[in-house]
Design a protein around this ligand. Structure first.
Ligand code: KIV
Ligand code: ZN
Length: 524
C-alpha cells in the first residue's frame, strides 16, 4: 500500500488572500460543502483573529464540517491569536490550530525587525505549547522556509516538534525554490530532526515561478505526507499549489511517488467552476485539468488520434475529473425531471423545492430565447440564482438606447431589500456608462470601477455573455461582481449590482468585535 497524502485545502484562507477574491460567509459555506464532496482531509477555514467575519466563518465552517475532516484556523505565534482561534474552534469535532513564525533571514530582519533566530525559535515553540493547551492537533509553519539556511530550519523544526507540534509545515512562501532543491531540503529535515517520523510533514508552496505543483511533488517524493493547496491554484500573488494538479499527478504516478490521496477527483470540475464563479477569477482556458481546453483536440492529426484511441493524446479521461465533454442539450420541452437530473449530474444536489421552482422558471425563460441550453448555460444560470438570493438590490429591468449619433441613454428599474422600487434614467459616454450612472443614482454607494470584462459562456451568436467587474470601495477594499444573460447589457448591469451588493453587505457588518485586536493584520 502506498503512503496516504493528506490534502489540506486553504482556498478559504490563503486563496481568499488573493486581492479581490474575498468571499462572504455564505459563499464560504457553499465552498465548504464542495470541499467535503471532494473529501479533503483538512480545511483551513480562516484566520480568526483577523476580523469578526473570519472568526464567525471558522466557527460556522467547523460546525458544517462536523467530523468529516479536520478544520483548522491560522494564527501568528502570539497568544491572543491562538486564544481567538481556540475560541472559534470550540465546537469543532476535529480542531487544529495552525500557528507559526518566520525563519528566513529576510523575515527575521525585515518583518520581525532584527529578531534573532533564537528569539523566533523560542516564540514558535511557546506558541505550540500554548496551542496544545487547547487542542491536541497543532500544526506549526516556519514561514519562508524555502529561503532559510538548512540548519536554521532544522533548529526551529526540532524545537517545535519537542514542544508538541503534530504537523510541521515547510512553506516556500515566496515560490523561490527549485523543485530538486526543495526536495533536498525536505530530505535534510527528515534526516536531521529527531522524532520527525512521528509527525506529519507538510508542504505549502507558492507559484511565483510557476513551480508550485512541482515543488509540492518534490516534497512528497522526499517524505512529506501533507500537501497544502487550493482549488484552481488561487492564492497570494501567483497563487498556491493547485489541488487538482497535485492530486492528479499523484494519481498518475502512485508507484514513483509511493503515494495516493483519498480525493474524489470527479468533483474537480464542479469545484473549479464554483470557486471561479464565486471569486470572479476566470480559469485560463489552457489550465491543466480544469481549463476549458484541457481536453480539447483541435489539430486534425490529434483529432484523428483521439478518435482511434483516446489514450493517444489524453492521459486522463475527462470524466475522471468531472469535466465530461458531454453535450446533453436541454430545451424548453425538457421537463422538471430532466432539468433536475442534469443539475444533479453537474453537482448541484440538495436544491430545495422552492429554489428549484425559481431555477426552472429561469431555465424556461432562457430556453425560450436561446432554444438549446448547454451545461455551461446551466452553470451560469445557477450562479445567477445564487447571486440573487438575499441580494440587497435587484435589477428588475434595463432599457438602453444607443448608436451613432444618439446620446447613450439607460433606464433602470431596481428594487431594494424593503421592496421599494425606483426607475431612473441617465445618459453616459456609452451604453454601459449610462446604465452604471443610473444604477449609481439608485444605490448611492461611492466606488471606483476598476475592471470590466466580458466572456462568452457557450458558443454561437446567442451564447450567454458573462460579465465580471471589480469595484474599489473608498477604504481600498476590492469587490467582484458577476452577471450573466444572453444580452450583455443586462449581464453588465447584473454584474455591477452584484459587486455593489457585496460591498454594501460587507459595510453593513459590524466593523469591530471583541475578538479583533487593533494591530492584527487582515492577512499573514
Ligand atoms: O505562504 C505561507 O508561508 C503561508 C503560511 C502562513 C502558512 O501561507
Ligand atoms: Zn501561503
Amino acid at each position: 500500500m502506498t503512503r496516504k497524502i493528506h490534502i489540506f485545502d486553504t482556498t478559504l484562507r490563503d486563496g481568499e488572500q488573493s486581492p479581490g477574491a474575498s468571499m462572504n460567509a455564505q459563499e464560504k459555506l457553499v465552498i465548504t460543502r464542495q470541499l467535503l464532496r471532494l473529501g479533503v482531509d483538512v480545511i483551513e477555514a480562516g484566520f480568526p483573529a483577523s476580523s469578526p467575519g473570519d472568526f464567525d466563518s471558522v466557527r460556522d465552517i467547523a460546525e458544517l464540517a462536523g467530523d468529516a475532516c479536520v478544520v483548522c484556523g491560522l494564527t501568528r505565534a502570539v497568544e491572543r491569536d491562538i486564544d481567538s482561534c481556540a475560541d472559534a474552534l470550540k465546537y469543532a469535532a476535529r480542531p487544529r490550530i495552525h500557528t507559526g513564525i518566520g525563519v528566513s533571514p529576510q523575515h527575521l530582519k525585515y518583518k520581525f525587525k532584527n529578531m534573532t533566530l533564537e528569539e523566533a525559535i523560542d516564540q514558535g515553540a511557546a506558541a505550540v505549547r500554548h496551542a496544545r493547551k487547547y487542542v491536541h492537533d497543532v500544526e506549526f509553519y516556519a514561514e519562508d522556509a524555502g529561503r532559510a539556511p538548512y540548519d536554521d530550519l532544522v533548529r526551529m523544526i526540532q524545537a517545535v516538534v519537542n514542544a508538541g507540534a503534530t504537523v510541521v509545515n515547510i512553506p516556500d512562501t515566496t515560490g523561490y525554490s527549485m523543485p530538486w532543491e526543495f526536495g533536498a531540503r525536505i530530505k535534510y529535515l527528515m534526516e536531521h530532526v529527531d522524532g520527525i517520523e512521528d509527525v506529519c510533514v507538510s508542504v505549502h508552496c507558492h507559484n511565483d515561478l510557476g513551480l508550485a505543483t512541482a515543488l509540492s511533488l518534490a516534497g512528497v517524493m522526499n517524505g512529506a505526507t501533507q500537501v497544502e493547496c487550493t482549488i484552481n491554484g488561487l492564492g497570494e500573488r501567483a497563487g498556491n499549489t493547485a489541488m487538482e494538479e497535485v492530486v492528479m499527478a499523484i494519481k498518475m504516478h502512485p508507484d514513483e511517488l509511493d503515494a495516493h490521496t483519498d480525493i474524489n477527483t470527479v468533483e474537480f470540475g464542479h469545484a473549479s467552476r464554483l470557486v471561479s464563479s464565486i471569486t470572479g477569477f476566470n480559469v485560463q482556458p489552457n489550465k491543466a485539468i480544469v481549463g476549458a481546453n484541457a481536453f480539447a483536440h483541435s489539430s486534425g492529426i490529434h483529432q484523428d488520434g483521439v478518435i482511434k484511441n483516446r489514450e493517444t493524446y489524453e492521459i486522463i479521461a475527462p470524466e475522471e475529473v468531472g469535466v465530461s465533454g458531454s453535450q446533453i442539450v436541454l430545451t424548453a420541452r425538457s421537463g422538471h425531471a430532466a432539468l433536475r437530473k442534469r443539475l444533479e449530474d453537474l453537482g448541484y444536489t440538495d436544491i430545495s423545492k422552492d429554489k428549484f421552482e425559481l431555477i426552472h422558471a429561469a431555465f424556461l425563460d432562457l430556453a425560450d430565447r436561446k432554444k438549446e441550453v448547454y451545461d455551461d448555460d446551466l452553470h451560469s444560470l445557477m450562479g445567477e440564482q445564487d447571486r440573487n438570493e438575499n441580494a440587497i438590490y435587484k435589477l428588475d429591468a434595463v432599457q438602453i438606447s444607443c448608436g451613432h449619433p444618439l446620446v447613450p441613454t439607460a433606464t433602470v428599474t431596481m428594487t431594494d431589500a424593503e421592496g421599494n422600487t425606483s426607475t431612473v434614467c441617465e445618459t453616459g459616454v456609452g451604453p454601459i456608462d449610462a446604465m452604471y450612472s443610473a444604477i449609481n443614482k439608485v444605490v448611492r454607494a461611492e466606488n471606483d470601477l476598476t475592471e470590466y470584462s466580458v466572456q462568452s459562456v457557450t458558443r454561437g451568436i446567442n451564447a450567454l455573455g458573462e460579465v465580471t467587474v471589480r469595484i474599489k470601495a473608498p477604504d481600498g477594499a476590492v469587490y467582484i461582481g458577476r452577471g450573466s444573460h444572453d444580452d450583455i447589457t443586462v449581464s453588465s448591469g447584473r454584474a455591477y449590482v452584484n459587486a455593489l451588493n457585496r460591498m454594501l453587505e460587507q459595510q453593513m457588518r459590524e466593523p469591530v468585535s471583541d475578538h479583533l485586536e487593533e494591530d492584527v493584520p487582515k492577512h499573514i
